[in-house]
Design a binder for this molecule. Structure first.
Ligand code: C2G
Length: 148
């Protein structure tokens, strides 16, 4: 059984994440997804997630390609994860191209997959924020008119 592992935040789960997980699973028989905890995200990536770790874990566990979800608590855990989970292949999007080549020293294949263009959790947040802004100013404008 070929075991594949990938790491990520997976906040505001979207089709870019699903595309990655689908292609990762296609590289083997068993897919482990290591999801960044809220503490790790804030401490190491200055990311504040919309969904908590538990919520993001539940969402990713519901995906048909995923066999196991575990927490990512440090950058350093990758080396030991490869042995603890008997990993054959490490996969991640090519926004990380080259960053994890050191894992080859642990005897695993390292694969960078092309990201899905035009979608990201931060993009979703930005567009929703702007849309709300437009809505608010429209509502204010309308209320000024009706009060005029
Ligand atoms: N991804 C993708 N296409 C997108 C967005 C994301 O293929 N449009 C991929 C990323 O390349 C990554 C995975 O989906 O492989 C998860 O993305 P993020 O949640 O943004 O993960 P990130 O914050 O980059 O954390 O130790 C590694 C880090 O935990 C990765």
């Amino acid at each position: 059984m070929k075991r594949v592992i990938t790491y990520g935040t997976f906040d505001l789960l979207h089709y870019g994440h699903i595309n990655l997980l689908k292609r990762a699973k296609a590289l083997g028989d068993y897919l482990i997804v290591v999801i960044s905890t809220d503490e790790f995200n804030w401490r190491e990536k200055q990311k504040k997630c919309y969904f908590t770790y538990e919520q993001r874990k539940a969402l990713v566990e519901a995906i048909r390609y995923v066999d196991l979800v575990i927490p990512e608590e440090s950058w350093a855990q990758k080396r030991t994860d490869m042995h603890e989970y008997h990993v054959d292949t490490f996969v991640i999007g090519d926004d990380w191209e080259g960053k994890f080549d050191f894992l080859k020293e642990e005897g695993v294949e390292v694969v960078y997959l092309p990201r899905t263009p035009e979608i990201s959790s931060s993009q979703i947040k930005k567009e929703l924020y702007n849309a709300a802004d437009v809505e608010d100013s429209k509502l204010n404008h309308d209320s000024i008119n009706t009060n005029a």
